[in-house]
Ligand binder design. Structure first.
Ligand SMILES: C[S@@+](CC[C@H](N)C(=O)[O-])C[C@H]1O[C@@H](n2cnc3c(N)ncnc32)[C@H](O)[C@@H]1O
Length: 94
């Protein structure tokens, strides 16, 4: 999720600063940096994660990466969602 790290990037850095993440994973911190006019660098020991990070950066630059808008309110469940219901298997109505 980019929005989470984006808050840190905005709080702790200024435009054109470097954001260096030595445990960069799939690149969320790097994308947050690029998105907010910072310079970014990630390191990760897993080449598969680096490959995904490259794809995600490319998708961000192409405008196709899905991101949660900064400050979007948290979803408030109504209680009617299926996940909020007691499974029928847990009742005596089987
Ligand atoms: C929790 S994930 C990082 C998530 C990342 N910050 C993001 O925003 O997507 C931790 C990462 O650290 C990497 N890692 C763990 N030990 C490492 C090491 N000694 N050197 C480099 N990377 C390491 C793992 O491969 C993993 O991708």
């Amino acid at each position: 999720m980019i929005e989470l790290i984006e808050r840190c990037v905005l709080a702790l850095t200024n435009e054109n600063d470097w954001v260096i993440d030595p445990f960069g994973g799939v690149g969320s911190s790097l994308i947050a940096a690029i998105k907010n006019n910072r310079k970014g660098m990630i390191i990760d020991r897993d080449p598969d994660y680096i490959a995904i990070a490259k794809q995600r950066v490319q998708a961000f630059q192409d405008g196709t990466l899905k991101t949660r808008p900064l400050g979007k309110p948290v979803h408030k469940p109504t209680g009617k969602e299926k996940v909020a219901q007691i499974p029928i298997e847990w009742t005596n109505q089987t």
